[in-house]
Write a protein that binds this ligand. Structure first.
Ligand code: SAM
Ligand code: SF4
Ligand code: SF4
Length: 391
């Protein structure tokens, strides 16, 4: 049960400053890529979803993400001056939206630790999609500060939240977050988010075999019929520090099989292209979806690649654009908005840089790995940490 053994925790290789420069041609008027409301990468995938990491800090030390051994009290977090400020984030986000982004998710680290986050939310809530609609504006949080902040976030224009919670067993949860944080405070945060109207709320549970897989059924029972959509995430080999071992991955098909034994489920259609979770609905006595009981989701990042319609870009805390969760390098956009890159980068330059970078995208890490062996242990690669670019 102990979750503190990290047989393969490796020291952090600092990837944070090894940024790529945006392609030089992006700034040549002859090759300018102007935003046209939609843009496809080299595998014909549109750009629809932008995840913005607003801080590399966190008040939890989840062993699968920021293990204490690496993220200790002397860990060199980014200095504040290196972080994109809210105006810079909004300026960059505006160009993404002009290229067709419809959904923005704030993440981290723990996004609610970023001071005055509601000011950024207000700015982003003012953006409109190319169709003139408000963005789908959401945030992923560990829930620890949600009870305090839910109403302010809603008032600032946040539409909904996803809360991470790895179990209801207090001892297990305290061990997994590794800062002794109790379950009931996260549940209070979820309740406050509900009261504030930040729904539909999703709850993410990372499943580690032998650590919290006995919590599958209690979690499902707890959230069934509550309006909250519980999603089970396969434990991923993100970053280079979490000591990932393939025998700790519980494949989604096994999650579903275990749930089915006590809570009959039927598969549901995807609600939108590029959706990361496969949806399953609770079945009624006739084997039909019982809408009141609700649904769950499984995110099979390890065993079933979903790169084919991956429409997500990630903006790191210091303004690097990552094209894949498993990428080792990002493109430096901060120099464009701070005026220390190509002289006088205008919004048109910025949009062109984003357009060129997206058009050149070939990333499909999970798919390539599945083609070899979906459960292959490839944890030794040099990849950027999830707490730096967000989930
Ligand atoms: N701190 C916030 C939180 O925990 O919700 C936001 C950032 S966190 C990096 C985003 C999501 O990534 C969380 O739902 C977390 O559980 C998930 N995550 C982190 N490391 C993971 C891993 N190794 N495998 C699968 N999911 C992971
Ligand atoms: Fe923090 Fe979220 Fe990573 Fe846990 S998963 S350490 S809460 S950033
Ligand atoms: Fe997208 Fe990369 Fe994940 Fe594939 S591996 S789904 S390209 S983020």
């Amino acid at each position: 049960m102990a979750d503190k053994v990290h047989p393969k925790v490796v020291p952090l290789v600092d990837q944070r400053s090894a940024a790529l420069a945006p392609p030089f041609r992006a700034f040549d008027p002859a090759y300018r890529v102007a935003p046209a409301g939609t843009i496809a990468d080299s595998l014909h995938r549109p750009l629809r979803d932008l995840r913005i990491s607003v801080t590399d800090r966190c008040n939890f030390r989840c062993s699968y993400c920021m293990p204490k051994e690496v993220f200790h009290k002397d860990y060199p977090y980014l200095p504040h001056a290196d972080l994109l400020n809210f105006e810079e984030i909004t300026r960059i986000a505006r160009q993404f939206v002009a290229h067709g982004v419809q959904k923005i998710r704030l993440t981290g680290g723990e996004p609610l630790l970023r001071k005055n986050i509601e000011v950024l939310i207000e700015q982003l809530a003012g953006l409109r999609t190319v169709q003139g609609q408000p963005l789908d504006l959401t945030l992923t949080t560990n829930g620890s500060l949600l009870a305090r902040k839910a109403h302010t976030l809603k008032a600032a224009g946040l539409q909904r939240v996803t809360v991470s919670l790895d179990g209801l067993d207090d001892a297990v949860f305290r061990r997994m977050n590794d800062v002794d944080f109790p379950v009931h405070e996260v549940l209070q945060g979820i309740e406050a988010a509900k009261q504030a109207g930040l729904g539909p709320i999703k709850v993410n549970m990372v499943v580690k075999r032998g650590t919290n897989d006995h919590e599958l059924i209690p979690m499902a029972r707890h959230f069934k019929g509550s309006g909250v959509v519980l999603r089970f995430i396969e434990y991923m080999d993100v970053g280079a520090t979490n000591g990932w071992r393939l025998n700790e991955v519980l494949p989604s098909r096994e999650v579903i099989a275990r749930l089915q034994q006590e809570l009959p489920l039927i598969p549901l259609e995807a609600s939108m292209p590029g959706e990361t979770a496969q949806r399953w609905g609770y079945a009624d006595a006739d084997g039909r979806h019982d809408a009141h009981a609700g649904e769950i989701g499984v995110i099979s990042s390890v065993t079933q690649a979903f790169c084919g319609d991956c429409n997500r870009a990630r903006l790191s805390t210091e303004g690097q654009l990552y094209l894949c969760l498993f990428a080792s390098q990002g493109y430096d956009l901060r120099s464009l908005v701070r005026g220390n890159g190509p002289a006088d980068a205008t919004d048109a330059d910025l949009a062109s840089a984003i357009g060129h970078i997206w058009q050149g995208r070939t990333d499909r890490y999970s798919e390539l790995r599945s083609a070899q062996d979906p459960m292959a242990d490839v944890s030794t690669g040099r990849r950027v940490e999830m707490s730096y670019i967000g989930g």
